[in-house]
Design a protein around this ligand. Sequence first.
Ligand code: SF4
Ligand code: SF4
Length: 441
Amino acid sequence: MEYLPNIAFAIALIVGIGFFVRNVKKLSRNIKLGKDVDVSDNKPQRWKNMAKIALGQTKMVVRPIAGLLHIIVYVGFIIINIEVLEIILDGLLGTHRIFAPLGSIYNFLIGAFEVLALMVIVAVVVFWIRRNIIRIQRFIKPEMKGWPKKDGNLILYIELVLMALFLTMNAADFQLQQLGAEHYAKAGAFPVSQFIAPLLQGLSESSLIMVERTAWWIHILGILAFLNYLYYSKHLHILLAFPNTYYGKIRPQGQFNNLASVTKEVKLMMDPSADPFAAPTEDDSAEPEKFGASDVTDLNWVQLLNAYTCTECGRCTSECPANQTGKKLSPRKIMMDTRDRLEEVGKIIDANKGEFVPDGKQLLGDYISHEELWACTTCNACVEACPVSIDPLSIIVEMRRYLVMEQSAAPTELNNMMSNIENNGAPWPYNQMDRLNWVNE
Ligand code: SF4
Ligand code: SF4
């Protein structure tokens, strides 16, 4: 019986981590459904991007209020959870505040954690007000209805509850230390929870122990549950922001991934000295099986990683000129749709023993409409605005490529323009010989 709590704790830990590993495997399998892409270039630049953007949060502070609040929650959440290490060791070994022998360092750490916990609570409340009372535009766009809205709020509630439990646990501990209770030796500094402690005054020692233990257990079980909730939430970005910023686009913003076979065709068309009978080079012969993308499995794995990393912050959509002028396009929705479809494909694979059985659906048409795709001006504002290096434009371009090259389904204006370029070497419907006629007009 003496070891029952330790055994229960070990089981909770194994189950929590076991489910988390299962989710990570599923995530990795789904991302690998994407096509291969070479991202082994310029490693120093990639590491620098990750340190600056994911760790240093440099793109978050472009919007100072949200950026600062986010940094508080991010730093607070990461640092306070260092305490989780102590909780895990205490839980497994049956000790209480195992790091207490660190003395003044320990006191400083616990004090700092409490101040951070308070700051996180304040930041979370402000975030909640921005979403639900002030109703900032980018949080109430059509794609944010239903689960995305619930998810955003749920995360705030979970963070609030975890921080409150941490402070309650410390307040009860502080009271028990004052009473000189057995196992509750004086350790730690409680600059915040000492003000909660008076609320517990008058409780017997056993009731205080009950409060402290309950808060301790719910706190750690809550963290394990949160770890497993990540997979189903936009909060997955707290893990994926790091690989995503590493593998993010490093070539110049306006540079597209031209297809070698198409480039060759264009060169032949535009360059009178090109030899149309020249033997194909290795590059030319590498013609893709399918041009562009109509479903998630046609995208590359970095684009799929992008989809899982999206925080649904809406910074891209709020900068998008198409969205600002009332068009149907929202780059955030492009990423959310890609992730939803990828999840759907993953579930079909799970249900069919590892095989994908066509379900008659695809990303193009069933999730993302032609209207959305053709509303894009390819301005790159969404890519520039994204705080975690996501590139919605690359997905839009791939799907347009499919429409144009596989389906010949470009809008009439575009088809006319492309025919003109092909026939006249210019987008206008005039013969090349007539180009200078305007001089005589
Ligand atoms: S590239 Fe397209 S989706 Fe991105 S901001 Fe510009 S118009 Fe919007
Ligand atoms: S793509 Fe980037 S900017 Fe847009 S919602 Fe997702 S995380 Fe935010």
